[in-house]
Design a binder for this molecule. Structure first.
Ligand SMILES: [Zn+2]
Length: 327
């Protein structure tokens, strides 16, 4: 018998997932558009877990992927949100209701927000507004505290014989961890290793940018985080926006430059009128110029379609960072 709360699955035609090897599946969580946000299903010797969850609206997709792969809900042992932003952790509460044996593994700074999501909802309302929050992210459900385990820096998880190492990775958010997976020599990076859309990686060079989302963007701390992640010499990274990337050194160096450029751009407009808007235009234009210069194969409207929303959110985060610098 199945009394699931989430039987109204997204239409099967929309569901998109990709096997990446090493028992890792990348699942499109279909936030805003296909190809913007994903999460990862990891399987090992009969055990299953999710790294990031998408939003509450993504839950039917995850359940459908499990069904198609013949994985019972009882076998899901862990839900591992890299941080508590809603595009990564919005589905935690709902999923925990679907998986009776699952434990929620969270950064120590994020745990209380998933146990009692009231503050998270409030903060998200400021970033997204009420209409978008309800429509795009859905309701946030609390998780019973006895099913939540905090994972401090360098905690290890024995995932049925597969070692996962949790690393505290501030810079994008102070409640962010990454997971180093020994088997794939890969890191599940959430937003700590930036965002890089496959559609914009077809030119001469790679395109990666720092999601400077409100409210904890911290340039020097983030750069130190990247140095630490790169010191593991990962062969691949699994980013939430979007998918697996293997040119880790190139992307890491480019992302470090991007973080510095973002901070410089924000500071350039520190005394300007309408500075959030000016910052938004500046970082959007810089990205477009770079992509055209690299022969990315897309025209300006197509590029805007892919990154405009990100740049608006990034400008919001940079504006907030400027305010914190001033106080
Ligand atoms: Zn994100």
């Amino acid at each position: 018998m199945n009394d699931s709360l989430h039987e109204s699955a997204a239409s099967p035609a929309q569901i998109s997932y990709q096997h990446l090897g090493f028992g890792i599946t990348c699942i499109d969580t279909l936030l805003h558009r296909p190809g913007l946000a994903c999460c990862y299903l990891i399987e090992h010797e009969g055990m299953a877990g999710f790294i990031d969850t998408g939003t509450n609206n993504s839950i039917p997709i995850l359940l459908e992927v499990l069904r198609r792969k013949g994985i019972s809900r009882e076998r899901v042992a862990y839900i591992m949100p890299t941080h508590v932003h809603l595009d990564h952790a919005g589905g935690c509460g709902g999923l925990m209701q679907e998986f009776p044996n699952a434990e929620l593994l969270v950064h120590p700074r994020g745990a209380r927000h998933l146990i009692d999501p009231a503050r998270l909802v409030q903060g998200s309302l400021k970033v997204y507004g009420p209409a978008d929050l309800a429509d795009k992210f859905g309701e946030l459900l609390p998780v019973a505290s006895d099913r939540v385990r905090e994972m401090p820096d360098e905690s290890e998880l024995d995932f049925n014989g597969r070692k996962l190492l949790f690393l505290d990775t501030p810079g994008h958010a102070r409640h962010h961890y990454c997971l180093y997976d020994e088997l794939s020599q890969g890191v599940f990076t959430g937003d700590s290793f930036g965002a890089s859309y496959p559609e914009l990686n077809s030119g001469r060079a790679r395109f990666i940018f720092p999601p400077s989302t409100p409210v904890q963007f911290d340039p020097p701390v983030w750069i130190a985080t990247l140095d630490r992640l790169m010191s593991f010499k990962p062969s691949r990274i699994f980013v939430t926006h979007f998918g697996m990337h293997e040119e880790v050194d190139v992307l890491g160096e480019q992302l470090k430059r991007g973080i510095k450029d973002y901070a410089d751009t924000a500071l350039e407009f520190v005394a300007a009128e309408n500075r959030e808007e000016r910052i938004c235009q500046a970082i959007l234009q810089a990205s477009i110029n770079y992509l055209l210069d690299q022969h990315c194969g897309l025209d300006v409207p197509a590029i805007k379609q892919l990154i405009q929303l990100d740049m608006e959110l990034n400008a919001k985060g940079l504006e907030h960072w400027l305010v914190t610098q001033e106080s």
